[in-house]
Design a protein around this ligand. Structure first.
Ligand SMILES: Cc1cc2nc3c(=O)[nH]c(=O)nc-3n(C[C@H](O)[C@H](O)[C@H](O)COP(=O)(O)OP(=O)(O)OC[C@H]3O[C@@H](n4cnc5c(N)ncnc54)[C@H](O)[C@@H]3O)c2cc1C
Ligand code: SF4
Length: 516
């Protein structure tokens, strides 16, 4: 243990996903007598086998934030992962530092993870908690909105958030253009000849290089590629990423947000999820920029509305559901799925090209866009009846932007429908035809998307019908699946049996050595 540091009147703990100067627990801090604590702890980076790029991003961004706070005059105590005194857990480090600094008060901002918040709340110190005001909708506010509504639907919540924020409203408070939602527009596959903008890259500086060396040596066994780390790690870099998106990708975002293309991991997506979730970007500022781009005629109303809906609609909605439903939500398994996650999710080694492409780019960049997550990896896990807990852990481990409040409802609720339809009105299940329509993956796949039975047939096709037959009792009454079940009913019995047999065969082969 080094020399005794001077005491602190107030100690504020800042977590790795709270790197915002506006953080509620940092407000009112007096640099002359207060202190800030940041700690890299093993417990938080080994709970699931996190992608090494994700660990590097968090540690590097934390170190840059600590430097930026120091430049602003704050006294910062920073515990590195390899500090011999580091006890390895956040509650442990908080207690150790509160004691060392003889802190009069300990301040924290609400966590993004129920488990971590519980363990901090029970660390034995009296704590002063602050709401996470980086979000538009507080936990209690969401609970009030949800109280007299069943079922919950994102669209109505989103309208509330539009009214609350005043975004894209006219002077009378009506939605600009007369509609709340222009979702029907766009959603095209990528046509030949349309090229996505070049991805902006950020070369690692000295701090990031040190972190990359640490992560490379400590987490070599984690799945995912560390080489080629180029993600923004400071507020300035994150702003440059955002500006690049506004200038070059936003105008086409609406049209191609559902498109998938080989060798194009980012297309017209913003790639801001991680920077926003860890505090390097500010939600209100992003929305204001998009609104400004719309009002000045640089992007269409449909594009601006669609993007703002992602930010103040879906993003806030999934967070609201998380805090309303935890801890039970994490254990939901409406279909009773038990099958283990196929090994190829960790390696990308499968003959199914859509999965190989999506998992391959995930291992390389710790990134896949929404439709790849929902309609390729999520869809397959849903159709194959994989245990939701294992699927959720995979998403949490793999994606740069994955934090429990966002990863869990998106995976368990939206992709796996394991909450029985609490978050979304229908399961996001689809045959290979959807993937064929929205991507170029099928053209170079070992399987034939036009076939449903037979050795070469696309596995998604038979698994889709197998899923619908398997869960007929639970799903048949869902009005959004009515047409699909009518199609199934019209199929000759022999065809239904053949699809069922092919589905059974595929599921049996999932665990086999040569797999799918
Ligand atoms: C199975 C599954 C798991 C997901 N896990 C996460 C996660 O752990 N963390 C996460 O932030 N997003 C998650 N998402 C939502 C979405 O896929 C990512 O936010 C998005 O891909 C991030 O990339 P981007 O910044 O390029 O997004 P863009 O496509 O450019 O979208 C812009 C922004 O909108 C917000 N957004 C859009 N949809 C959602 C949503 N459903 N939930 C939360 N934010 C949303 C994000 O902040 C995103 O950065 C998940 C989606 C699915 C289907
Ligand atoms: S044929 Fe089927 S498995 Fe192959 S890429 Fe298309 S959807 Fe995926």
């Amino acid at each position: 243990m080094t020399d005794q540091p001077p005491p602190a009147r107030r100690l504020a703990l800042v977590l790795g996903d709270q790197l915002s100067f506006e953080l509620a627990s940092l407000r009112g801090l007096d640099p002359r007598q207060d202190a800030v604590l940041l700690a890299e702890v093993r417990e938080e980076v080994t709970r699931v086998p996190y992608h090494p790029k994700k660990i590097a991003l968090i540690f590097s961004a934390m170190r840059h934030f600590a430097e930026a706070l120091r430049r602003r005059g704050f006294r910062v105590h920073y515990v590195t992962l390899d500090d011999p005194d580091n006890c390895g857990s956040l509650p442990g480090e908080l207690v150790r530092w509160a004691d060392r600094l003889r802190a009069g008060e300990v301040h924290l901002t609400e966590c993004g993870d129920w488990r971590l918040e519980q363990s901090l709340r029970h660390c034995g110190l009296p704590l002063v908690w602050h709401a996470d005001t980086r979000f538009l909708c507080g936990r209690a506010e969401f609970a009030r909105w949800a109280a007299d509504r069943q079922p919950l639907r994102m669209e109505f919540f989103y309208r509330e958030m539009r009214r609350k924020s005043g975004l894209l409203l006219d002077a009378d408070g009506a939605p600009l253009g007369g509609g709340w939602n222009y979702d029907g527009q766009g959603r095209k596959p990528l046509p030949a000849g349309v090229e996505a903008p070049m991805a902006v890259r950020f070369a690692p500086d000295v701090i990031t290089r040190e972190v990359l060396a640490l992560v490379g040596s400590q987490f070599a066994g984690h799945p995912g590629v560390l080489d080629g780390f180029d993600y923004p790690v400071s507020h300035g870099e994150a702003q440059a990423l955002w500006q690049h998106f506004l200038d070059f990708a936003l105008p086409a975002f609406g049209d191609y947000q559902d498109a998938m293309a080989s060798g194009e991991p980012f297309l017209f997506h913003a790639r801001i999820g991680a920077a926003l979730n860890i505090g390097l970007l500010d939600l209100r500022r992003l929305c204001a920029d998009v609104e400004e781009a719309c009002r000045s005629g640089r992007v269409s109303l449909g594009v601006a509305e669609g993007f703002i809906r992602q930010l103040i609609g879906w993003r806030e909605y999934v967070r609201g559901i998380y805090w309303l439903q935890m801890p039970d939500y994490a254990t939901r398994n409406a279909f009773g799925n038990r099958r283990p996650l196929p090994a190829f999710y960790w390696t990308g080694q499968t003959r199914m090209n859509c999965l190989r492409q999506t998992i391959g780019q995930t291992l390389k960049h710790a990134y896949a866009h929404h439709i790849q997550r929902l309609m390729v990896t999520g869809n397959f896990a849903l159709l194959a009846g994989i245990a939701p807990r294992q699927v959720c852990d995979w998403y949490l481990a793999m994606y740069l932007d994955a934090f429990d409040w966002a990863a869990l409802p998106n995976t368990l609720g939206m992709a796996m429908h394991a909450d029985g339809g609490y978050l979304a009105s229908k399961p996001s299940c689809a045959s290979g035809q959807y993937i064929r329509r929205m991507s170029d993956y099928c053209a170079s796949c070992a399987y034939r998307v036009s076939e449903s039975t037979g050795e070469q047939a696309c596995p998604f096709n038979a698994l889709y019908w197998h899923f619908l037959m398997r869960h007929r009792r639970q799903l048949e009454a869902n009005p959004r699946l009515g047409m699909v079940y009518r199609t199934l009913a019209r199929m000759p019995e022999t065809r239904q049996q053949a699809l069922w047999r092919r589905g059974e065969d595929l599921l049996a082969r999932l665990a086999a050595e040569d797999g799918l």
